[in-house]
Structures are given as C-alpha cells and as structure tokens.
Design a protein around this ligand. Sequence first.
Ligand SMILES: CC(C)(COP(=O)(O)OP(=O)(O)OC[C@H]1O[C@@H](n2cnc3c(N)ncnc32)[C@H](O)[C@@H]1OP(=O)(O)O)[C@@H](O)C(=O)NCCC(=O)NCCS
Length: 159
Amino acid sequence: MDDQMIFRPSTSRDALAMHSLARDSQVLSVNSTYYYALMARHFQATCMVAESEGRVCGYVIGYCPPDQPDTLFVWQVGVAKPCQGKGLGKKLLIALIKARNPDFLEATIAPDNQPSINLFRSVARHFNVGCIFSETSYFSQEDLGTDEKAEHLMKIGPF
Ligand SMILES: CC(C)(COP(=O)(O)OP(=O)(O)OC[C@H]1O[C@@H](n2cnc3c(N)ncnc32)[C@H](O)[C@@H]1OP(=O)(O)O)[C@@H](O)C(=O)NCCC(=O)NCCS
C-alpha cells in the first residue's frame, strides 16, 4: 500500500468523495451528499478518511450511540476498489480505534458480507480482543424493507 497514505479526521469537504466511494462500491447504501457532509462534520471525532496525494481512498463513518458512550458504532467503511485487499480498511479501523479509544466497537453486517465479517474479525485479532457475530438479526427485513438484507450485530472488545 501507498507509503504516503495519511489518516485524518473527516471534514465536510470529504462528503463528495465519501458519496462517490459508497456509490462505486455497489455494496454500500448510498446516502445524499448532505448526509455525508453532516456525518463528516458533526461526527468528525468518530469518522476518518485515508488520503493519498489529495485523493480520498477510504473512509469510516462512526458515532457513539447516546446510551452507549463507551462504544464506537461503525456505520460504513468504504475503500476504493483499486485499494481493496491491501490492508487499508483494517488500517482505517485501527487508526480510528486508537484515536477514539472506545471500550467496544460495534457494527451491523449482513451475514453474506464475508469481506466485512473478515475485516472486523481481523481487527479483533489485531487487538487480541473478543469478537461476537450475533446469529439473530439486529435490524430485520421487517425493519429495513424486503429489498434489504437483515443486519446482524458484530461486537468487538473490550479493548
Ligand atoms: C470491506 C472493505 C471495507 C474491506 O477493506 P479492504 O481494505 O479491502 O480490507 P483489508 O485489505 O484491510 O482486509 C482486512 C481483512 O478482511 C479480509 N478481506 C478483505 N476483502 C475481502 C474479500 N473480498 N473477501 C474475503 N475477505 C476479505 C482480508 O483478508 C483481511 O483479513 P486478514 O487480516 O485475516 O487477512 C472493502 O472491501 C470495501 O470497501 N468493500 C465494499 C464496501 C463494504 O462492503 N463495506 C463494509 C460494510 S460497512
């Protein structure tokens, strides 16, 4: 991977790049550019981008749920296709965990999204902490609509 890659908190100026990466992934839910700008600014402390030569190559968007201030909930991780499989997604999550220092990290994942499951398990191994992927849904199809897949909770920690 590019040695010049820098990891930094997001700003609203990253919204268009985040939106493009989500769209190009063909996997992630694509939200409005306004949404990405809002997340990047209001949740700057729990969002991070990877940048090389001025181009955003990956991002992670997270927040601490109001009733779980010790938990970093990761909503989206996206890595540009040419950069995938080179450790960037893992480095982004590790950088964010080290910057924010949560007790736990959570995310929801569709059970057939093996790249994402492997990514979070790999992060848990890096920190040598537990990793539980629930067998029951956190958000069901009844919640999300029949076009969407059920999402199950992944919980990592305590760090
Ligand atoms: C999922 C995603 C963020 C992973 O980022 P990445 O930089 O490609 O992943 P990394 O190279 O850091 O790999 C981390 C771990 O995941 C595994 N992994 C990555 N891509 C994989 C794939 N396509 N299939 C199986 N395992 C995969 C790696 O083997 C590695 O595990 P290891 O440390 O045990 O070898 C990236 O592929 C992506 O943006 N996908 C589309 C969007 C998405 O699905 N986001 C996640 C849902 S929020």
